[in-house]
Design a protein around this ligand. Structure first.
Ligand SMILES: O=C(O)[C@H](O)[C@@H](O)[C@H](O)[C@H](O)COP(=O)(O)O
Length: 237
């Protein structure tokens, strides 16, 4: 099945790429171009990316793009509540694959806070995120269960996390897989991005998207909330 066969809402644009290498290169080129445009227009740009396993090639390509990284603020859509040295840390992922060479000049605003518990860490991260400029580019991923960022189905605060309008920038979330404790930007913040890309690979993720389109309850599949807004989906088999 191809992504062009999905009945997508009007605001959704699809980019169907031949393979993961082409996806990483195309997405990195498009993201860099939008960051350059933001810098030209406002003197600065803000990029928010996701973690997980699949973004490595994209992050490496993006790090190699010609860009005045000293004018770019980088943050995360979500974080696992583990220190940066931990193998599962999304901040660690960015340090290894994006914020190096010329891109090391970017300002990084992370979510991890070494607080006494997850709720306190989320409150501290929420305060830290107050200094995040308006988001120019957001890159989301999606899990097989339809989660995006760390907005997981069945997470206790999911309703609040999916609200279109809300005071909180960051909420504590619980994932079904380890590490369970997560920090997620809320939909209210994520939906404020000027441009949102969703990067998905493989037939399995296409089946997840098809299932998401067949229903309308975002608390079952949080990606549904994001399919209602303008979204560019980058997909490869
Ligand atoms: O830190 C994380 O785990 C994420 O930000 C998460 O939302 C991720 O984007 C999806 O789980 C998809 O991950 P993959 O693209 O690696 O499958």
């Amino acid at each position: 099945m191809a992504i062009s066969e999905l009945q997508l809402p009007g605001g959704v644009t699809t980019h169907s790429l031949a393979d993961s290498k082409a996806l990483a290169a195309t997405l990195a080129g498009d993201v860099a171009e939008r960051l350059r445009q933001a810098i030209a227009a406002k003197g600065q740009a803000c990029l928010v990316v996701s973690g997980g396993r699949s973004p490595v090639a994209f992050l490496e390509q993006l790090a190699a793009e010609p860009l005045d990284w000293s004018k770019v603020t980088v943050s995360l859509a979500d974080e696992r509540w583990v220190p940066v040295e931990h193998a599962d840390s999304n901040a660690g992922l960015l340090a290894r694959h994006l914020l190096k060479g010329p891109a090391a000049k970017a300002r990084f605003v992370g979510l991890y806070q070494p607080a006494g518990n997850l709720d306190a860490a989320a409150e501290q991260a929420d305060q830290a995120l107050a200094e995040l400029p308006p988001i120019d580019v957001l890159v989301l991923g999606m899990g097989d269960d339809g989660h995006t960022a760390s907005l997981f189905p069945a997470s206790p605060l999911l309703r609040q996390g999916l609200a279109k309008v809300g005071e909180r920038r960051v909420l504590p979330m619980l994932a079904p897989s380890v590490p369970h404790q997560r920090l997620s930007l809320t939909r209210a913040v994520l939906a404020s991005a000027a441009f949102t890309a969703l990067s998905v690979q493989g037939e399995g993720k296409l089946a997840t998207l098809r299932a998401a389109l067949a229903g309308d309850d975002p608390s079952e599949m949080p990606i549904r909330a994001f399919l209602q807004d303008p979204l560019d989906i980058y997909w490869c088999p």
